[in-house]
Design a protein around this ligand. Sequence first.
Ligand code: NDP
Ligand code: 8X3
Length: 261
Amino acid sequence: MFVILGKKIGDKVPRIVFITGATSGFGRECAKMFAKSGDRVIITGRREEKLKELQDELSEFETFPLSFDVRNKEEVQKNIASLPSDFRDIDILINSAGLALGLELTPEALIEDWEQMIDTNIKGLLYVTKAVLPTMIKRKQGYIFNLGSIAGSWPYQGGNVYGATKAFVKQFSYNLRTDLRGTNIRVSNIEPGAAKTEFSDVRFKGETDKAQKVYDGYDPLVATDIANLIFTLANLPEHVNVNSLEVMPTAQTWAGLHIEK
Ligand code: NDP
Ligand code: 8X3
């Protein structure tokens, strides 16, 4: 029987879970779900106050905050190398940090927005993955969840570079899994459709009306839907690897959204 901070958590051996983008949305809900199930969770993001808030909310459970920007290669390496020994043997990596910026068509889109998406969704994910992999390879165990998107498979107007970064995440996930043959490390590319988080506030740069409109007239996915799926996959037997998981709100199809007037 394991006892963590005075709480019985059954016979389960706690896993060490490293989450990027834990200050909001999918990453935050994953942190709550894994921590409450008795896992030991490293929560990361740029906003220290949000990490503190989450740590306070999960004060009965084991969390370890690290604040860094995934775009900064040195910061990523330094922060991961600084983990105390009881948080170093990472079993599960959830690469959730990411963003879309703008919905302009290519001619009007801002190069700076494209660069930030590429630096975060592609390069940031690569820096974190590269820094976490050695401990997984050494221990011949691990599970990496990458947050792709339906936008990585299906084009839409204004999705130009955002969708392309998620296509990268998908193909990198498959290639990574291929490279890791024989290591016992699992890789899943999670591909959600429209989900109500801070995602649209970020995409529309604080224009709340525009952001809210994205979710009007139908039931979007919510962060717990995605956290539930990731948690379920993480609990499958070790010989099972789900390569990709595409999930949409029921109201969203390849024909677009069904909006109730
Ligand atoms: P949120 O905006 O709610 O969360 C995004 C998270 O990413 C925040 O915790 C933010 O933390 C973190 N982040 C962004 N930039 C950086 C950075 N440079 N360094 C470190 N952390 C960063 O969005 P979601 O939870 O919805 O999105 C999570 C992932 O899922 C993203 O990759 C997104 O592209 C993808 N996705 C989202 C969908 C949706 O409709 N919501 C659908 C499909 C995929 P902080 O600001 O504190 O640094
Ligand atoms: C987010 C989903 O369809 O808004 O990745 O691009 S979508």
